[in-house]
Design a protein around this ligand. Structure first.
Ligand code: NAD
Length: 433
């Protein structure tokens, strides 16, 4: 099929590459001239495991192209995905200016039946707004489909190529668009993953409900971890035994430093805002947010309790990205932690395998960014672990002890056994244990 993907970010580039990988003819569109030039030159604007190789291969075989020319891309396509950002607006609602701007551009460009697919995360009613925006510009026939994306950064290719399910919302009676989407996704659902067809409003809400449920699990476990600390229980043992119950399941039960990233914080806020606009206050989601804010402060509180005064102390920090295997720092808990440490007068030496460039843009020279994990430890009075990159799981503890000025570790991801750390001579703090 001939496909255009408008918005070549973390989602658009993965969607474009994966669709090309299955033989489709894909053109990725972005208004960011530098990004398109980077991709055209064979370089990647973001880090996502496996993506570079897939992009290179499909680009070389001319199934994947990059352009800033939206009109030409739309005219040459049967299906146009909208995958632009929907950032948080000032009042917490999703800002739809990019989605609707692209919809108008698509309307001005289409010259025959086109399926316009909304991939961006958007509030209920957006498909309708997209229809109105396109129809204002053209008399050509088109369908609007809502097809929310559930990929996880860090595992995006696998998630797209082997989805748990594909959600497709179509307008009433639009069998033609449902057929096109079924055909497009057939190669991705051969192993039995369902394509769940529904109306556009339900598809739009499914994405917010799923992300809010995941955020709720995180906040719930963070709260249980706090209770564990107060009563002397071990959250790891509690978590494993809870997860063994099939009604609960073992995934997403890990306490930590709070959720971050470009999705959970803004999607929880947008759902809160949308329901409040309809006269209903989602009280569970308010608590999910409040617990998350509290959680981001907990590690620094533990550090203050240990050191009393952090002014003038050097703190090493491992992990800046909001999660492992990405360079993305949007809403990363590391930002809140670093800012708090700096406000308390501490110096920060930080290391991340992929997010150093992003961190430099955020912090400038206010922190020291190290090339290697162990460099961050030099002269530091404590190490704080914020992101659970695999390379932090089995470090050289002896070397860590030698490099740190005092052997104190604040582990926001429960990577190590408390007994083992104590036996190695560390003063070790973790979450809920
Ligand atoms: P992103 O910021 O990485 O990418 C968005 C891209 O759209 C940017 O490259 C930007 O230049 C481009 N863009 C904006 N306006 C444009 C226009 N008018 N014409 C052409 N290009 C334009 O965002 P993302 O993380 O890829 O997220 C995109 C959407 O997908 C959001 O709604 C997000 O909530 C949703 N989503 C994201 C993820 C994720 O893990 N990042 C997962 C599922 C869903």
């Amino acid at each position: 099929m001939k496909i255009a993907v408008v918005g070549t970010g973390y989602v658009g580039l993965v969607v474009g590459a994966c669709l090309a990988e299955n033989g489709n003819d894909v053109v990725c569109v972005d208004r960011d001239v530098a990004k398109i030039a980077t991709l055209d030159a064979g370089r990647m604007p973001i880090y996502e495991p496996g993506l570079e190789e897939m992009v290179r291969r499909n680009h070389a075989e001319e199934r994947l192209r990059f352009t800033t020319d939206l009109s030409a891309a739309v005219r040459a396509s049967d299906i146009v995905f909208i995958a632009v950002g929907t950032p948080q607006g000032e009042d917490g609602s999703a800002d739809l200016q990019h989605v609707l701007g692209v919809a108008r551009d698509i309307g001005r460009a289409i010259d025959g039946y086109t399926v316009v697919v909304d991939k961006s995360t958007v509030p209920v009613g957006t498909a309708q707004q997209v229809r109105v925006a396109i129809a204002a510009e053209t008399a050509e026939p088109f369908s609007v489909v809502s097809n929310p994306e559930f990929l996880k950064q860090g595992a995006a290719i696998d998630d797209f190529m082997k989805p748990d399910r594909v959600v497709v919302g179509t307008e009433p009676g639009d069998g033609r668009a449902a057929g096109v989407m079924g055909e497009l996704y057939a190669p991705f659902t051969r192993t039995g993953a369902p394509i769940i067809m529904m109306d556009t409003a339900s598809a739009e809400l499914t994405k917010y409900a799923a992300n809010s449920m995941l955020a709720a699990r995180i906040s719930f476990m963070n709260e249980i971890a706090t209770v564990c600390e107060l009563v002397g229980a071990d959250v790891d043992q509690v978590r494993k035994a809870m997860g063994a119950d099939r009604r609960i399941g073992a995934s997403f039960l890990f306490p930590g430093v709070g959720y971050g990233g470009s999705c959970f914080p803004k999607d929880v806020k947008a759902l809160l805002r949308a329901s409040s606009d309809m006269g209903y206050e989602c009280r569970i989601l308010m608590a999910v947010e409040a617990v998350n804010e509290q959680q981001k402060a907990r590690l620094v509180c533990k550090m203050q309790a240990h050191f009393t005064d952090l002014a003038g102390r050097t703190i090493a920090l491992w992990g800046l990205a909001f999660k492992p295997r990405t360079d993305d720092m949007r809403e990363a808990p590391a930002i809140a932690i670093v800012e708090r440490l700096l406000a308390l007068g501490a110096r920060v030496r930080a290391y991340d395998p992929e997010a150093t460039g992003t961190a430099r843009q955020i912090f400038g020279d206010r922190i020291t960014l190290c090339e290697k994990s162990y460099d961050a430890l030099v002269d530091a009075e404590a190490l704080v672990i914020v992101t659970e990159w695999n390379e932090f799981r089995e470090p050289d503890f002896k070397k860590m002890r030698q490099l740190l000025r005092s052997p104190v570790v604040f582990d926001g991801r429960n990577l190590y056994s408390p007994e083992h750390m104590r036996a190695l001579g560390f003063t070790y703090f973790s979450i809920g244990r």
